[in-house]
Design a protein around this ligand. Sequence first.
Ligand code: ADP
Ligand code: MG
Length: 252
Amino acid sequence: MSLLELENVTLKFGGVTAVNNLSMSVEEGEVFALVGPNGAGKSTVFNMISRFYRPFRGSIRFDGKDLLKQKPNQVSSQGIARTFQNIELFERATVLQNLLVGRHRHRKTMLLEEMLFIGRARAQERENRLAVEEVIDFLDLQAYRDQHIAGLPYGVRKVVELARALATKPRLLLLDEPASGLSVEETQDMRWWIEDIRRQMGITVLMVEHDMGLVGKVCDRVLALADGAELAQGTPAQVQAHPAVIEAYLGT
Ligand code: ADP
Ligand code: MG
């Protein structure tokens, strides 16, 4: 059984078919990339998996369960976390505070119960702290821990965005353009983080990325999308050499 399975998924926005009868599956433990020109539907696929949008048709299963039957705010507690193409952090809060807020969102359904059972809330708070400190150490963010997001360089914010998602301890991590806007060295670092996340944390990664150099190095499999539909699927080398993919890229 695949960890994530999309079957015949379609989503339209008015007259635009953003995703058109797409089927794909991601296996536990792999790093899988979605590639394709701008407007191909990549972020829309992420938005459906994270339940921001509901597909018009088709099914999405995570760990064998129908994800579309879960409430949108339950996706995180099911074990799915994501980063955003445009970083979404609280600018006036510190790195630590942003990661703790990410954990609280993760536990949203527990809050009332926590308020009623103070002892349990303390235990939860300790668990949140531990999870957050662990991620700060893992991603080498100690030096930035108590700094405000607004003062941090873009490359560091990208790592904090990654940390916020990781702190929820997901089984599946969705990365929307993890290397966009990064320098060559920062992209190289991002590559090592992604490899460590897979190897040391055992987390499955589904990413959208334009940097085919990075995709070729970290991904096991790639699916190329154009106009919301699959163009080609296979190893990075197979997909890059596929005539339909070459044509789609040259055409934009
Ligand atoms: P990508 O991430 O591959 O660049 P998107 O998934 O963002 O592409 O967009 C796919 C298509 O769906 C585009 O034509 C885009 O304009 C459209 N689209 C995406 N989100 C919305 C929305 N909320 N409302 C209307 N159209 C949208
Ligand atoms: Mg996008």
